[in-house]
Design a protein around this ligand. Sequence first.
Ligand SMILES: Nc1ncnc2c1ncn2[C@@H]1O[C@H](COP(=O)(O)OP(=O)(O)O)[C@@H](O)[C@H]1O
Ligand SMILES: [Mg+2]
Length: 252
Amino acid sequence: MIPFLKIDHLSKAFGGVKAVSDLSIALMPGRINAIIGPNGAGKTTLFNLITGFIRPDSGRIFFEGREITNLPIHEISRLGIKRTLQVKSVFNSMTVFENLWITLSAHRGHLNPFKKAANYRLEREEVEGVIEQLELERFRDREAGTLSYGDVALLEIGMAIITRPRMILFDEPVCGMSPQETERVVAKIASLAQQTHVVIIEHDMDVVFKLAEEITVLAFGGKLASGTPREIAEDQSVKEVYFGVDEVRADE
Ligand SMILES: Nc1ncnc2c1ncn2[C@@H]1O[C@H](COP(=O)(O)OP(=O)(O)O)[C@@H](O)[C@H]1O
Ligand SMILES: [Mg+2]
């Protein structure tokens, strides 16, 4: 098996702050990967580097065997790398259907008046399929601005998957959600792993241990440890640096 994502001695500093520091990781397909670490560990910066939002000072990034270091954002996106942001970014005055539709059309680059009617029908079906997958049928024609926080999050996931990405990066996807909302969103993210590579940055340890099969722990921009949830829960350096001793448990 080859890693779908390989980070090779990656570094990025902001002024004197080494946000990502000589970081090397390899993420394997077929399982949900989580990246955890204390505030300021460099997690979001890593996602920004992978997606081309910022440029590394040094090091290389490979996706599915292909080097993507320093590619422009749109080319990285075209390779099927999608992310959700910590701040929700749906169009509030559009319906759920319209949000998905416009995302798909923009992705395909053909919001054009000469498009064949048959294409519209196909895309319509794709949109309906995603609405069904995320169980948003009853909100199909509701404006996104009127949805609950959890439903907006599901819509955002829909907007990511409608483009059929090869990898989705989730940055703290359940941040600020109620336990019920969290449960719904976690279940949907878990189900995505069948169709795409899933990498999740997460603070909430319950979520991490529920969702992730492989965990990478960052601290001070570097890799502190990686392994299964159980291995991470038992790792002494992780306990010390990240959690404070004795606060970790893996669900039995
Ligand atoms: N655009 C930026 N300009 C300056 N400093 C930044 C910038 N982005 C991140 N940092 C700094 O880099 C470090 C890592 O930040 P970040 O990647 O957001 O951490 P995390 O997501 O793990 O909380 C922090 O010290 C943060 O203040
Ligand atoms: Mg962050």
